[in-house]
Design a protein around this ligand. Structure first.
Ligand code: 13P
Length: 247
């Protein structure tokens, strides 16, 4: 079976006081031991969070560059993320794509380098409202995933896919369990054809977009939803309930 995996993407939020509160709350839990928990921390706080986080919870960067070091002012590398004891990076988030202009090919280069460097990757995909309304949801999600196939190579066991419809991110408009399940199942089916049956069966696909403690249980019950990538609610005590939403 696929181990349920819940990510908390803090985005550009939190200061040391708030981080202490969030981590204390996670320590108090209790967190379902059958669920993998990964928190996505602003780069500047990764080392600090790692120093106060229990070993049972992983810390992730929210972005990185596509090479190990060099003249790339302002960037961080997978090697640096690993050096401060973290194992994960979130790549291709819709905010990186929309605000910072990251295209499929750059996301793929980042994914390739992160995996080669030994990081695990949460790779984000998802359609905009315009694309959904034009009936292009699957076309977009398949295109974004296709770009990752050569980058991932034989490292699918180090990758979690996060389906995050852009119209559901930060809007309070979550995809219904049916809407999310439909895309997750279509994507898994597409992976069976375009990668392998083994990868399709094993890869974990998270849902992200306005996940809260109020809607997490129903979403978690969908057959092809293997976890969540949580933004706003990951800063709140209810994140514990989201981690524990899988029955
Ligand atoms: P919200 O949970 O705030 O909608 O954000 C989702 C997200 O973008 C997680 O990466």
């Amino acid at each position: 079976g696929r181990k349920f995996v819940v990510g908390g993407n803090w985005k550009m939020n939190g200061d040391k006081n708030q981080i202490n509160e969030i981590v204390n709350n996670l320590k108090k839990g209790p967190l379902d031991p059958n669920v993998e928990v990964v928190i996505g921390v602003p780069a500047i706080y990764l080392a600090y969070v790692k120093s106060i986080l229990p070993d049972t919870i992983s810390a992730s960067a929210q972005n990185c560059w596509k090479s190990a070091k060099g003249a790339f002012t302002g960037e961080i590398s997978p090697a640096m993320i690993k050096d401060v004891g973290c194992e994960w990076v979130i790549l291709g988030h819709s905010e990186r794509r929309a605000i910072f202009g990251e295209k499929d090919d750059l996301v793929a280069e980042k994914v390739a380098h992160a995996l080669e460097s030994g990081l695990k990757v949460i790779a984000c995909i998802g359609e905009t409202l315009e694309e959904r309304e034009a009936g292009k949801t699957e076309e977009v999600v398949f295109r974004q995933t296709k770009a990752l196939i050569p980058a991932i190579g034989s490292n699918w066991d180090k990758v979690v896919l996060a389906y995050e419809p852009v119209w559901a991110i930060g809007t309070g408009k979550t995809a219904s369990p049916q809407q999310a399940q439909e895309v997750h199942a279509a994507l898994r089916n597409w992976l069976a054809t375009n990668v392998s049956a083994e990868v399709a069966a094993a890869v974990r696909i998270q849902y992200g977009g306005s996940v809260t403690s109020a809607n997490a249980k129903e979403l978690a019950a969908a057959a092809d939803i293997d976890g969540f990538l949580v933004g706003g609610a990951s800063l709140k005590p209810e994140f514990v309930d989201i981690v524990n939403a899988k029955q």
